[in-house]
Write a protein that binds this ligand. Structure first.
Ligand SMILES: *[C@@H]1O[C@H](CO)[C@@H](O)[C@H](O)[C@H]1NC(C)=O
Ligand SMILES: *[C@@H]1O[C@H](CO)[C@@H](O)[C@H](O)[C@H]1NC(C)=O
Ligand SMILES: *[C@@H]1O[C@H](CO)[C@@H](O)[C@H](O)[C@H]1NC(C)=O
Ligand SMILES: *[C@@H]1O[C@H](CO)[C@@H](O)[C@H](O)[C@H]1NC(C)=O
Ligand SMILES: *[C@@H]1O[C@H](CO)[C@@H](O)[C@H](O)[C@H]1NC(C)=O
Length: 240
């Protein structure tokens, strides 16, 4: 008996769903017009939106804002980053610390992707940080330690880093482990240890169903809130 009721109920809800889909058609879908912070800034469109645009055409966690002509991504657990490039085909975004004076290591130490939609596109490796009171011996550097990291060190405290998977039994006695840092793949470690300028970091997001094929044809991926699914918006001779 209860099965029959359930069956009738399902039949009824299916009908309802069909009807509302028909009534809503596609005109209820609002395609957020692509926008940008300035002529030279990356184009902003689905899955991103500017905070000023309607919430309907975006995924949560992809809000951007403009700081004069800069495009800003706010990461919940680590702060604001400048957006230099967005690839809608590769689902990737290239960012640097919003504070240009922050060196790469400092920036990576405070980098935290928890509660964000992003991950390091070129994977990442964990490095241990060591505070040392004297210069590392050639023996230790032969294990692959790198440093001193200029921007983290001062005359009394030299900061070195070494891959967390390296054996550090022969760590110099003057060194104490002070933490770990995730280094994204593709960053030249020796180089970022000595230069003050922040290097761009490439993050990825999980591509949505059908978006790759859509973008690959030169069209724009979008989202229809009424049908709760991605759609492909044809673009007439307009490239990002
Ligand atoms: C990243 O942020 C989350 C929540 O904001 C926090 O719980 C976590 O400890 C942070 N991770 C690191 C490595 O700081
Ligand atoms: C770094 O990579 C490990 C896997 O090797 C992963 O578990 C971790 O979440 C990554 N960290 C970040 C911040 O993406
Ligand atoms: C390591 O040195 C930094 C300053 O360079 C300091 O802030 C930190 O507390 C030190 N950590 C340890 C474990 O000594
Ligand atoms: C259109 O879809 C929305 C949900 O996206 C719904 O709330 C609304 O009732 C529908 N309109 C009609 C006429 O069915
Ligand atoms: C939209 O679809 C996703 C799976 O594709 C589902 O997890 C989510 O609950 C759906 N949202 C609504 C409002 O139906």
């Amino acid at each position: 008996m209860s099965l029959i009721i359930l069956f009738l109920f399902l039949l009824y809800t299916c009908k309802l769903a069909k009807a509302s889909a028909k009534d809503n058609k596609t005109d209820k879908y609002e395609f957020c017009q692509p926008t940008r912070c300035s002529n030279k800034s990356p184009r902003i469109r689905y899955p991103f939106r500017l905070k000023a645009q309607p919430t309907s055409c975006v995924l949560k966690g992809f809000e951007l804002s403009c700081l004069s002509d800069k495009t800003i991504l706010h990461l919940h657990s680590s702060g604001d980053y400048c957006v230099h490039e967005i690839s809608y085909l590769d689902s990737s975004i290239t960012i640097t610390d919003v504070n240009e004076a922050t060196c790469s290591f400092q920036s990576l130490i405070s980098f935290n992707l928890t509660n964000s939609k992003f991950f390091f596109l070129h994977s990442n490796e964990s490095y241990a940080l060591y505070n040392c009171t004297e210069t590392a011996s050639p023996r230790w550097t032969s294990y692959g330690s790198i440093g001193p990291i200029n921007c983290l060190s001062n005359e009394n405290n030299l900061v070195y880093t070494i891959n967390s998977e390296s054996s550090v039994e022969d760590m110099p006695p003057s060194c104490r482990k002070s933490g770990t840092v995730e280094i994204p793949g593709g960053l030249p470690l020796q180089d970022i240890a000595t230069t003050a300028r922040a290097r761009p970091v490439v993050l990825g997001w999980a591509a949505l169903d059908g978006c790759y094929d859509c973008e690959n044809l030169g069209n724009y991926c979008g989202f229809n809130t009424a049908s709760n699914s991605t759609i492909c918006v044809a673009v007439k001779h307009q490239k990002t």
